[in-house]
Design a protein around this ligand. Structure first.
Ligand code: PMP
Length: 288
């Protein structure tokens, strides 16, 4: 595997980051997970847009122009001969001293790993998954805005530890007000009487690239799509539930906290959106 690290492609063994990097010491950095489908990098502009937005919010100047980083990502896919796969793009604050202050970190680091991913077995996509509400609340927007895709994922790790104690495949996270936000590393949707509903970013969710793609495809197909606060009761009584994410794509949810959703099978709207999403993923993106 050839990994991009600060200006060159190196082998896996040589792809090393300093123990003084604040990405490691403080989780001070940002990242993206990006998919490759059919020899193209899917939604690359959208991922880079979010990355540079996070950099701006953190006053972390990414040391490459957008067009240069775009070429690096495509080159990483090319060099590793990937026609389908998953890319992890990480920008860290870089090397500093043992104090927290980023002012002591003159040069951010960038690395790009181009590999593959499969997080759920095929059965999940055909039959749906089981999720549970976790007690760990999603980060408060006022404390750490979840719109920044930062290297600080302990909130999500704590939630995952809770799920690991159950037989569920994923967790559903509420915000401090008790509203439904998203799954642990995926956005959450429900379908109620044909209307597709997801939490607004103001509830404290990541502005998912897949979320935006699915909302766009759904509107194009004539569905009504609404961003509004969701309660757990809304989830339980909905006709369909599904989650979206770069790694997970669209995955049906058929049980939440032991309540069967709809008739307990992946619903027609979810299946229709899955089909539309795959068509879009197979036919668009930056050519490798
Ligand atoms: N929410 C969280 C917390 C995430 O980490 C992710 C990405 N893994 C998502 C939602 C889904 O976002 P995207 O569709 O951009 O991958």
């Amino acid at each position: 595997m050839e990994i991009y690290l600060d200006g060159e492609f190196v082998s896996e063994n040589d792809a090393k980051i300093s123990v003084f990097d604040h990405g490691l010491l403080y989780g001070d950095g940002i990242f993206e997970g990006i998919r490759i489908y059919n020899n193209r990098v899917f939604k690359l502009d959208e991922h880079l847009d979010r990355l540079y937005g996070g950099g701006k919010a953190l006053l972390l100047t990414i040391p490459l122009e957008v067009s240069e980083l775009k070429e690096v990502v495509v080159e990483a896919a090319r060099r590793n001969k990937l026609t389908d796969g998953y890319i992890r793009l990480v920008v860290t604050r870089g090397v500093g001293d043992l104090g927290l202050n980023p002012i002591k970190c003159p040069k951010p680091s960038i690395f790009v790993i181009a590999s593959t991913i499969k997080i759920y077995p095929d059965e999940i996509y055909n039959k749906g998954m089981k999720i549970v509400t976790v007690s760990t609340r999603r980060n408060l927007i006022e404390a750490l805005n979840p719109r920044i895709k930062s290297l600080n994922y302990l909130n999500n790790v704590l939630a995952t530890l809770e799920v690991n104690r159950t037989d569920a495949q994923e967790g559903l996270m509420l915000n401090a007000d008790g509203h439904v936000t998203e799954c642990i590393v995926d956005n959450f949707f429900l379908v109620d009487n044909g209307v597709i509903i997801t939490a607004p970013t103001s509830a404290g969710v990541l502005k998912g690239v897949t979320r935006d793609t699915v909302m766009g495809l759904a509107r194009e197909a004539g569905y009504e799509v609404v961003e509004q606060n969701i309660t757990l009761h809304d989830v339980y009584v909905a006709d369909e539930n599904f989650l979206t994410g770069t790694a997970a794509e669209i995955a049906p949810i058929t049980t939440v906290d032991e309540r069967m959703i709809g008739d307990g099978k992946p619903g027609p709207v979810t299946m229709d959106l899955m089909k539309r999403f795959h068509e879009c993923a197979q036919s668009t993106g930056a050519p490798i």
